[in-house]
Design a protein around this ligand. Structure first.
Ligand SMILES: [Zn+2]
Length: 182
């Protein structure tokens, strides 16, 4: 009789521990599934949320563009195949023109190409700016394209700083780039 009770006891113990074990496994599995569906949700959110990436080293020479606030160029565009905004920098207009003349389509279609007006230090759109070349003013890169907001200011600067020529963004190309920088 005693042995019968012991066997029953062991059986009950075995059954309850098996049930408890299954219960824990199922719980764990559902937690895992939960975690997977959550990460999925996050991924979907990322694709639809507008984010901005910033690359502040010069896109041409690699210098730290933010060290030259009077000269640097801020390019605002879109990341490929997404709505995310991408901000890239050049240390000076010269580095912008080196890249823009070899990869014109990218820069002509950028949302904003912002250079700094020499006189008032305000951001102006490079595709509307007037650039003076051959002047006695040097940028971090040496001879450079000095940006001015309008033609009158560009003429003043040319006279004041022994500039050689005034050019617009679209007039600079691979053929004349080096000559303009002399
Ligand atoms: Zn540079």
């Amino acid at each position: 009789m005693k042995i019968f009770f012991i066997i029953i006891g062991v059986l009950i113990l075995a059954i309850t521990s098996f049930v408890a074990y299954r219960f824990v496994i199922v719980k764990l599995q559902s937690k895992e599934l939960d975690a997977i569906s959550h990460t999925h949700e996050h991924k979907e959110q990322k694709a639809t949320t507008n984010t901005t990436t910033v690359a502040s080293n010069c896109g041409n020479c690699g210098m730290k563009s933010l060290d030259f606030p009077q000269w640097n160029v801020k390019v605002i565009g879109k990341e490929k195949d997404s709505n995310s905004q991408k901000i890239t920098y050049f240390c000076s207009p010269r580095c912008l023109f080196v890249q823009a003349t070899t990869n014109q389509t990218t820069y002509q279609s950028a949302d904003s190409l912002l250079v700094v007006d020499y006189y008032n230090q305000q951001r102006i759109e490079a595709r509307q700016a007037f650039f003076v070349v051959g002047s006695d003013v040097a940028s971090p890169m040496g001879n450079d394209f000095v940006p001015l907001a309008d033609e009158a200011a560009a003429k003043d600067f040319l006279n004041e700083h022994k500039g050689k020529k005034i050019v617009k963004f679209g007039e600079v190309n691979q053929e004349n780039l080096l000559k303009l920088l002399q």
